[in-house]
Design a protein around this ligand. Structure first.
Ligand code: ATP
Ligand code: MG
Ligand code: FE
Length: 329
């Protein structure tokens, strides 16, 4: 089927047209520059920019896909989790398109969409698989045993998300927003073994995460040292987060016996994580699936791909569907 998908859950306005597993277009308009001034996403500002940008992004996506609207089989839209105002802009627009084209509407969980980025990159991927979802607002281990749309939540962060920790530490280091890419860049010239930041909750059997301790530890290290080498702090922090993510994933593999591991979400764009987790998977005879970096961060193609499997399950949304900012598994 051909799907037109809309993603506006946070600060990326994106529209994609997907035909089966083929991305015809995936236009992403990021508001990073706008929010960087504030050091983080300002919800009202984000919603206003979605409202302004969405019609333009929509036009561009259709043009690039070179498809007529009558060939679209369904409209997909992210319904949550995310910022209420931002989600509503996308949902209202999607309803309008669905009504105008007389096509069904599909509501998509943004976190499920992140996992489907792996399916876009690796069309052969089928359950059972384990997914490590590491994004700006979430850090979760999900088991997809026999369904690609109904995972079992094995563990999640009890405080900060991994991406949030990157963003907060970048703010402490005053190296800009978003923090992930800035820390990755700075780490290139730093020593990852200079500081031993805490690796929280590594006791066997515990699949939850905590990243607020490592952030606090960075704060104290900065306060205690007058002249500090920022690249060493960045590299050592990144190493601590990456180590925990891999250790917890290893634990989940031991507990579930899964042989395939999917790594998705914005933090999956991190080169150190990609390298180390790929190495770990090889050593342990596991198949690893990490989408290309541009499909790890927010985009509508992953929403469209999730919608294809939801459609197979006849999981359609009514025109009364609304935003669910705290949607979870
Ligand atoms: P969620 O998906 O939980 O609702 P979100 O949509 O805002 O949150 P994503 O777009 O998936 O999150 O990812 C953004 C996050 O990924 C930010 O926290 C950002 O710092 C982080 N990130 C992006 N690139 C990298 C990188 N190279 N290394 C580490 N973190 C990164
Ligand atoms: Mg974003
Ligand atoms: Fe996201």
């Amino acid at each position: 089927p051909s799907i037109l998908a809309i993603e506006t859950s946070c600060d990326e306005t994106s529209v994609s047209i997907l035909k089966d597993n083929q991305i015809l277009s995936n236009i992403i308009s990021s508001q990073i520059d706008i929010h960087a001034v504030f050091g983080g996403v300002v919800p009202e500002v984000a919603a206003r920019h979605h409202l302004k940008n969405l019609p333009l992004v929509f036009e561009k996506a259709i043009q690039q896909a070179d498809i007529s609207l009558s060939q679209i089989d369904a409209i997909a839209v992210t319904t949550g989790p995310g910022l209420a105002g931002s989600l509503l802009v996308g949902i209202s627009f999607a309803k309008g398109v669905a009504i105008a084209l007389e096509k069904p509407l599909i509501g998509v969980n943004h976190l499920l969409a992140h996992v489907f980025a792996a399916k876009l990159a690796f069309s052969e991927l089928e359950p059972p698989y384990l997914a490590l979802l590491v994004s700006g607002g979430h850090t979760e281990l999900l088991m997809f045993e026999n369904s690609s749309i109904n995972p079992v939540l094995l563990g999640r962060t009890l405080d900060d998300a991994a991406g949030e920790a990157f963003d907060k530490v970048a703010r402490l280091l005053e190296i800009g927003y978003p923090g992930g890419p800035a820390i990755e860049q700075l780490s290139l010239t730093g020593n990852p073994y200079k500081y031993r930041f805490p690796r929280a909750m590594l006791e066997e059997g515990n699949l939850n995460f905590s990243f607020s301790g490592v952030k606090t530890s960075v704060l104290y290290t900065l306060k205690e040292n007058e002249k500090i080498c920022k690249p060493d702090i960045a590299a050592s922090f990144q190493e601590a987060v990456v180590d925990v993510l891999i250790e917890k994933t290893a634990m989940a593999v031991r507990m579930t016996g899964m042989k395939k591991v999917v790594v998705v979400g914005g933090v999956a764009a991190n080169s150190r994580l990609r390298e180390k987790i790929t190495f770990w998977a090889k050593e342990n005879d596991l198949q690893i699936y990490i989408p290309p970096k541009n499909l790890c961060t927010d985009n509508a193609a992953m929403v469209a791909r999730a919608a294809i499997d939801l459609m197979k399950n006849e999981s359609y949304a009514s025109l009364n569907v609304t935003a669910d900012p705290a949607l979870s598994f």
